[in-house]
Design a protein around this ligand. Sequence first.
Ligand SMILES: Nc1ncnc2c1ncn2[C@@H]1O[C@H](COP(=O)(O)OP(=O)(O)OP(=O)(O)O)[C@@H](O)[C@H]1O
Ligand SMILES: Nc1nc2c(ncn2[C@@H]2O[C@H](COP(=O)(O)O)[C@@H](O)[C@H]2O)c(=O)[nH]1
Length: 183
Amino acid sequence: MKQLIVLTGAAGTGKTTVQDYLTETYGIPAIVTHTTRLPRRGEQAGRDYYFETPASFAKLHLLEQVHYAGHQYGSSYEELQRAWQKGSICSIVLDTAGAQTYVKALGRQVIVLVLQLSSRTVQQHRMQVRGDQLVAIQNRLDSPENQRDWNFSLPPSGNFYQITNQDWKTTVKRLDEIMEKLS
Ligand SMILES: Nc1ncnc2c1ncn2[C@@H]1O[C@H](COP(=O)(O)OP(=O)(O)OP(=O)(O)O)[C@@H](O)[C@H]1O
Ligand SMILES: Nc1nc2c(ncn2[C@@H]2O[C@H](COP(=O)(O)O)[C@@H](O)[C@H]2O)c(=O)[nH]1
């Protein structure tokens, strides 16, 4: 059975960092999604995102799409198939609305890792360290989507795992335990 690891959680909780770890350590291919936001410092088109204009975004054939903090994001079935051609398991980074759409669409094939942080202060600090501009950080923190994702609570059933990503070594230990369970 093909499987998909969905990394979700509020802004700056470490979803992309965890995805990179899973790629580097376990060779798990990462699905690239589409967005109309501008690239952040260091982000590359085709690796981090497919960067779109509103016009090019409107032409895409997407499995799901959301508005998040003033921008559009979406993921395609074609990218999922492409990643699954490389192996039986792949990963994707989504907001919590997208995560729930994938659970509905793919059921038990989906394993959801919900990243959390202990405080809003740490959340803000993580975005500052990443180099986000102050205005962008404030916009992101105040967005209704971030508030929703911060308050996301795990459903009582399903393949959901909660990870508090404070100390990186502890996160790695938890990820290794989950990967062991999945293998
Ligand atoms: N355990 C950790 N300890 C310290 N810093 C961390 C840890 N995990 C991630 N980071 C750092 O926190 C910042 C935010 O991480 P990342 O970009 O992976 O978050 P994200 O959830 O993908 O964010 P967003 O949803 O805003 O795109 C990055 O600078 C990353 O290097
Ligand atoms: N539902 C979807 N959510 C997505 C997709 N691509 C990214 N995201 C999520 O959007 C927010 C903002 O991302 P950022 O890179 O601007 O910080 C974050 O929660 C991502 O996980 C997607 O295709 N669909």
